[in-house]
Design a protein around this ligand. Structure first.
Ligand code: UDP
Length: 550
């Protein structure tokens, strides 16, 4: 991977003339700063001012043209974390004529993706906030191919996982600091700014306590397409006929330790009659960890960023997350949410240490490793006595500006960095409630969940008997896609609503016709809504409403 910008020879004078004459052009997608990605031609960056620059000329374009709303609060989020006020993107404006008085621009010939990484030293953040969003932003725009170049503007150094970012394109990603070495005024020939949030599943608690995102839009299928790409780049092949089944214990070696790890490994091996191995980020290469996890039947680990590696588990595997004392598993669910995404097909189990005897605390460590010695005595005592960390916001300081992680809540950090002696019988009991026989990939045929189309040719026929009784015979044809599918169970849901009423009578039916007589009145107009349901929970769309008069 070469670091110098220009393999492509560009005609410098032509490029400069085009910039002066045409200025910057921007067209964006998205209605709000939180869902916006912008495509630019001739976006520039002043490495002295550390500002992006938009040059106005007769040919420049700015869509959306927001006027000063561009600053309320920003044009777009530069990271995939929603509306974080340290991650905003904007540019300053200049007339193209000002170029005469500026440093000579250096042109970036590669198609650029310009974004912020959120927390590049934490593996969970690396995957959730950066790698998956970058991968799918690149999938969204066809000129962001493997020849595109990533520009990380958050200002961090490479970080411990930089090799993973390098897998996403054939060109060396560039950091904000490195731009200075390229020139005083950089102009990106073609660039995209911002990241897609479509794959993120978790919010970190800046506005409300952390939890799954309200509207998750990603399924296991897209996650696996991404992991397949990463595994190809890492040269890890998926072993189809894995010979032996095994359990992986992902251990931490610096903090939040499992104190009786050897005992735990023996117990798991014995209980499930499987080889049990340990891995850690400190002792194994990333490729080795991926290779081992991608064939494992079960992954057992303390709560922590390393659990994001369950991305690489095979379908049908089990994730067991261990929580230290006083940390309620229901309040910290990034890995539960991941494992239970639709179509991820992982089993998720949480275990919590509920015994004070089995926890080791570190009140005298620095605050960011859970120390509480800096707090006043009463607060220290309250924290030590407490049996559960109350739900809390992340990282919000008094000025309301969320600084980057870790979350600055001393009680949470104190509890999160405890070591734990795992109570083996209690853990095995919890696992056994979910995993009845052997854990791990069953020889199961996975089928995608396909939804029915609309029912077709719906008709109704009314018959009136006397002045108080009537019947409504309704019939319809199967959805068009059903004849190409093998579906275990096909049912129809019919709603009968009297015109002008808010309520309706719902029915679940197995056949394509039914005569309704209950509560059907003569000389009345009914609205009939019909939809098809596959396998109990795959609800299709309603067909156009049917108007039936008795
Ligand atoms: N980490 C690790 N071993 C340790 C402690 C941390 O591998 O003993 C890794 C962890 O997986 C994460 C990073 O170091 O990628 C930062 O850990 P931290 O405890 O700050 O974050 P958390 O795991 O709680 O998200």
């Amino acid at each position: 991977q070469s670091q110098e910008l220009s393999q492509v020879q560009i005609d410098y004078h032509a490029a400069l003339q085009a910039l002066v004459e045409d200025g910057t052009r921007m067209v964006c997608t998205g209605r709000m700063h939180t869902d916006r990605i912008c495509r630019f031609e001739s976006l520039c960056y002043s490495t002295e001012a550390e500002e992006f620059v938009y040059f106005h000329s007769n040919s420049s374009v700015m869509l959306p043209n927001l006027g000063s709303r561009r600053f309320q609060p920003a044009l777009l989020d530069l990271s995939s974390v929603e509306d974080h006020n340290t991650q905003y993107f904007n540019f300053v404006e200049l007339p193209a004529a000002a170029l005469k008085f500026m440093p000579k621009p250096v042109f970036v010939p590669d198609v650029a993706l310009i974004a912020n990484r959120f927390n590049p030293d934490n593996l969970m953040h690396v995957f959730h906030d950066d790698l998956l969003p970058i991968y799918y932003t690149m999938q969204q725009f066809s000129d962001l191919d493997l020849e595109a170049r990533l520009f990380f503007m958050e200002g961090w150094s490479e970080g411990v996982h930089f090799d993973l970012y390098k897998l996403l394109s054939n060109k060396q990603p560039l950091l904000r600091e490195q731009l200075k070495t390229l020139g005083r005024l950089l102009c990106f020939t073609k660039s995209y700014v911002g990241l897609s949030k479509i794959t993120t599943w978790y919010q970190y608690g800046f506005v409300q306590p952390q939890g799954p995102k309200a509207n998750i839009l990603v399924s296991g299928n897209e996650i696996r397409q991404f992991t397949k790409f990463m595994m190809q780049k890492l040269n890890v092949s998926l072993e189809e006929s894995s010979s032996e089944e095994y359990i992986v214990v992902f251990s931490r070696t610096i903090n939040r330790l499992i104190l009786n790890e050897a005992e735990l490994i023996l117990a798991l091996a014995q209980e499930f009659q499987m080889k049990t191995i340990t891995v850690s980020l400190e002792e194994h290469s990333f490729s080795d960890i991926v290779r081992l996890i991608s064939n494992a039947s079960m992954l057992v680990s303390m709560h922590g960023a390393q659990l994001v590696m369950s991305l690489f588990l095979p379908r049908g595997a089990t994730v067991v997350e261990l929580f230290p004392y006083a940390i309620n598993p229901e309040h910290y669910t990034p890995y539960k949410t991941l494992a239970t995404l639709p179509g991820m097909d992982l089993q998720y189990i949480a275990w919590q240490n509920t015994d004070r005897e089995d926890t080791v605390t570190y009140p005298d460590r620095p605050w960011d490793q859970g120390g509480i010695a800096h707090l006043d005595k009463a607060e220290q005592e309250r924290i030590i006595k407490s049996t559960e960390v109350p739900r809390h916001l992340c990282c919000r300081n008094p000025e309301g500006a969320p600084p980057p992680p870790p979350c600055r809540n001393p009680e949470w950090l104190f509890r999160a960095y405890q070591d734990t002696k795992v109570n083996i019988p209690s853990l095995i009991h919890v696992i056994r409630q979910t995993v009845k026989s052997k854990p791990g990939p069953k020889k199961q045929k996975w089928s995608a969940s396909l939804y029915p189309g609309k029912v077709r040719d719906a008709k109704c026929q009314a018959s009136v008997q006397g002045t108080s009784e009537a019947k409504l015979a309704v019939s319809w044809q199967i959805p068009w896609n059903l004849k190409y599918l093998k579906v275990r169970e096909v049912k129809y849901e019919v709603w009968i609503q009297e015109q002008g009423e808010n309520t309706y009578m719902p029915y679940i039916l197995s056949h394509q016709n039914h005569t309704f007589s209950e509560n059907i009145k003569p000389f009345t107009i009914y609205l009939v809504w019909i939809r098809c349901i596959f396998n109990k929970n795959l609800l299709g769309p309603f067909a156009d409403v049917l108007l039936c008069s008795t």
